[in-house]
Design a protein around this ligand. Structure first.
Ligand SMILES: NC(=O)c1ccc[n+]([C@@H]2O[C@H](COP(=O)([O-])OP(=O)(O)OC[C@H]3O[C@@H](n4cnc5c(N)ncnc54)[C@H](O)[C@@H]3O)[C@@H](O)[C@H]2O)c1
Length: 439
């Protein structure tokens, strides 16, 4: 099938590569000329396991191409995916300018039947707006071309995006047009050969499903984070509590880890957008609002632990920081707790030596030439003469470190762990003071 992917970011590039992998003829469009130049030169602008080889294979086979040429992109695909960003606007609502610009481009240039698929995370009612934008462009040209608008929210996780797209738990299709449904079924059939995972529904329900999923997951995290702080005060261990409740099949083990707050490009903005959508129709979302507030507070927990120990003026203090990405296996630092921690510690005069296996190039862009922040080439290199080690991302390579060397290298034997990576007894047996969350 001929597929155009409008927006070649985390979602667009992964979806485009995976669709090409199944034999489709995919053209990825982006307005970011530098990104397209990199991709055309064989470089991958993001860190995502398995993506580089898949892109290379499909580019070689001629099934995956990249362009900045809008007319070519609109002409190419019968299926036009819109996978552009939907960042939070100033009031927290989803900013739809990129989605609607993409829709207008399609309406302005299409000459044959198109199925336009919203893959971006968009508030309920966006498919209607996309529909209207295309209709207006066609009317302005005085032409009638058939098209359908479908909602197909994406559920891939950064860090496991290729795996998630290739083996989806479910594929949500919101559509009412029979021929569009037929095409979407055919497109996704190779991804669900064992058993059907396509969940067909109306467009508005599909749009809401994506926000419901992210808000539910964020709720579990914030719930566990608050419970962890309570466990500390009551002398309980959140890890034991987690195991105790996770074994209940109604609760399950997923997404029950206490930590220093959720980040990333999705949960924070989607939670905000859901609250904003609800406010527009005067429907309070008390639980979700509390989830957001709890998360904002949780991002401060590591800072609070540092200041509780060293005072609020951190001049002359030096901290080793492991983990910049908002979670493991990604270079994405959008809304990462590390940004709050680094900002706060630097503001208080501290010096930070950071290490992250994937996100350091990204951090260099985010923090530019920020005085007081430098980077280490290896985890242990960050530790020398530091007053404490702070851990903010759960990368595998941090999980079994050489504790004896950590003790030796640190100026003060203090580990503040925002991800609960270690067994407290074990760390303490090396003479380290260990401050996890909720244990
Ligand atoms: N990142 C994730 O893990 C994830 C998962 C599920 C859903 N989503 C949703 O998918 C959408 C995209 O997210 P992302 O993380 O891939 O964003 P991203 O910022 O990585 O990529 C978006 C791309 O769209 C491009 N773009 C913007 N306007 C364009 C236009 N008119 N034409 C062509 N390209 C254009 C941008 O230059 C950018 O490269 C968002 O709505 C997000 O909420 C993201």
């Amino acid at each position: 099938m001929k597929v155009t992917m409008v927006g070649t970011g985390y979602v667009g590039l992964v979806s485009g590569a995976c669709l090409a992998e199944m034999g489709n003829d995919v053209l990825c469009l982006d307005v970011n000329a530098e990104k397209i130049r990199l991709l055309q030169a064989g470089e991958i602008p993001i860190h995502e396991p398995g993506l580089d080889v898949m892109v290379e294979r499909n580019v070689k086979a001629g099934r995956l191409r990249f362009t900045t040429d809008v007319a070519r992109a609109v002409a190419h695909g019968t299926i036009q995916f819109i996978a552009v960003g939907t960042p939070a606007d100033e009031d927290g609502s989803a900013d739809l300018q990129y989605v609607l610009a993409a829709a207008r481009d399609i309406g302005r240039l299409m000459t044959d039947h198109k199925v336009v698929v919203d893959k971006s995370t968009v508030p309920v009612g966006t498919a209607d707006k996309v529909n209207a934008a295309i209709r207006e462009e066609l009317a302005a040209r005085g032409v009638a071309v058939e098209y359908a608008v479908v909602s197909n929210p994406e559920f891939l996780k950064e860090g496991a995006a290729v795996e998630d797209f290739m083996r989806p738990d479910r594929i949500i299709i919101g559509a009412d047009d029979e021929s569009a449904i037929y095409l979407m079924r055919a497109l996704y059939a190779p991804f669900q050969r064992k058993h059907e995972r396509l969940v067909l529904m109306d467009v508005r329900s599909a749009e809401l499903t994506k926000y419901a999923a992210n808000a539910m997951l964020a709720t579990r995290i914030s719930f566990m984070n608050e419970l962890a702080l309570l466990a500390e005060k009551l002398g309980a261990d959140i890890e034991q509590v987690r195991r105790g409740i996770g074994s209940d099949p109604r609760i399950g083990f997923e997404f029950l880890y206490a930590g220093c707050g959720y980040g990333g490009s999705c949960f924070p903005k989607d939670v905000k957008a859901l609250i904003s959508s609800a406010a527009e129709v005067e429907q309070p979302m008390r639980v979700v609002a509390a989830v957001q507030a709890a998360n904002e507070a949780q991002k401060q927990v590591v800072v609070d632990r540092v200041t509780a120990r060293f005072g609020s003026d951190l001049t002359g203090r030096r901290f080793a920081l492991w983990g910049l990405a908002f979670k493991a296996n990604t270079d994405d630092m959008r809304e990462a707790p590390s940004r709050v921690v680094i900002g706060e510690l630097l503001r208080r005069g501290a010096e930070i030596v950071a290490y992250d296996p994937g996100a350091m190039p990204q951090a260099r862009r985010v923090f530019a030439d920020c005085a007081g922040l430098s980077y280490a080439g290896a985890p242990m290199d960050a530790l020398e003469a530091a007053d404490a080690l702070l851990i903010l991302t759960e990368w595998k390579e941090f999980r079994s470190p050489d504790f004896a060397s950590i003790k030796q290298l640190l100026k003060q034997p203090l580990v503040i762990d925002g991800r609960n990576l270690y067994e407290p007894k074990l760390v303490r047996s090396f003479g380290l003071e260990y401050v996890p969350i909720g244990r």
